[in-house]
Design a protein around this ligand. Structure first.
Ligand code: SAM
Length: 310
């Protein structure tokens, strides 16, 4: 593949049709986010593996419309061999590009590490949703203009290693359910969610894109079909459709608020802060706490928390 990044683009072990389509989907979403957010200083976070196609796209686009743009491109690779293979070339192209390229040999940090700036992050793990991987997004503070795309392998065997909010006993697409229903606690809009395989008999994956930007969600969901060759799973959360009508808008708000109250209690926030933030009385707070205690007692807390997002 001829890219300004020469060898990086050419050494591409993942250059198969399906992966290309998925990457294209992420690049298109990045364009939307970039056009709508119009960021001056911003983070893009990625796991390039052996393909720098997405990263090349981002770097090429940065600063084209607005010369004052300042892109911080954070690329992570925890495999030393791969990191050594690409390090020099990436550093060189970083210098030439005029942007800040960071290619780091370490575990990608949680998305909260980037919260001071608008952030587009692609956590292309392709591994199981383990505690460490799922916690990169789950319950994390984010900048108000954030997109997170996450890719997990859905063939999970050693269930004890999974994040506790990823629940095989729910059956069906439980990894996708966890993405669309649990990870939405801080990034409430699902932009797309696709199940795919890189090869015909390959490992099944799910890629889900989430945001907290209502504006982006509205624009993207209106137009996405025109720009994509991949069928959407139509996994828009009910919350989004509720917001379309006046009545639904209020209902959506109330549901969201109750969910946030429960989450704050579960996260151990102080009573005073919860009452002040959600404008509820001490009695009401006690009621919410009683529900949690009861659900915990009857071993139904996880299902209850998941149900809040539905
Ligand atoms: C699926 S590949 C990325 C593919 C690439 N985004 C593309 O478009 O083809 C994932 C890469 O991230 C690395 N990786 C996986 N988990 C990681 C983590 N927690 N921190 C840093 N690197 C990780 C893997 O070694 C692998 O090289």
């Amino acid at each position: 593949m001829g890219t300004p990044y020469g060898e990086i683009g050419v050494v591409n072990a993942m250059n198969n049709d399906m992966k290309n389509k998925m990457r294209q989907k992420v690049k298109t979403l990045f364009n939307y986010w970039h056009n709508i957010t119009l960021p001056s200083n911003y983070n893009v976070v990625s796991l390039p593996g052996e393909s720098f196609d997405f990263e090349t796209h981002v770097a090429d686009r940065a600063g084209k419309k607005n010369q004052n743009e300042n892109l911080l491109l954070w690329m992570y690779e925890n495999d030393s061999k791969l990191h050594n293979k690409f390090k020099k070339t990436v550093e060189k192209h970083g210098k030439d590009s005029g942007h800040t390229f960071l290619y780091l040999r370490e575990n990608v940090p949680p998305i909260s590490s980037f919260k001071v700036l608008p952030t587009f992050a692609w956590y292309d793990f392709c591994g199981n949703p383990t505690k460490q991987r799922f916690n990169c997004l789950y319950n994390k503070d984010v900048n108000k203009n954030t997109v997170a795309v996450v890719t997990y392998n859905t063939r999970t065997r050693l269930h004890k290693h999974l994040h506790p909010m990823v629940m095989p006993h729910l059956g069906g697409n439980y990894v996708e359910k966890a993405n669309c229903e649990v990870l939405t606690n801080r990034l409430p809009y699902v932009l797309f969610s696709h199940n795919y395989k890189q090869k015909k008999h390959g490992i099944p994956m799910v890629m889900t894109a989430l945001t907290n930007s209502k504006q982006l969600a509205n624009v993207y969901n209106k137009n996405s079909k025109r720009f994509s060759s991949i069928e959407d799973n139509n996994l828009l959360l009910p919350k989004i459709s509720l917001k379309k009508t006046g009545k639904g808008k209020r209902a959506g708000k109330v549901i969201n608020n109750i969910k946030n109250i429960y989450m704050d209690i579960l996260l151990g926030s102080e009573d005073d802060k919860i009452m002040e933030q959600h404008k509820i009385t001490k009695n009401q707070l006690s009621g919410y706490k009683r529900t949690i205690t009861h659900k915990r007692k009857v071993n139904k807390l996880k299902e209850f928390v998941i149900g809040l997002s539905k």
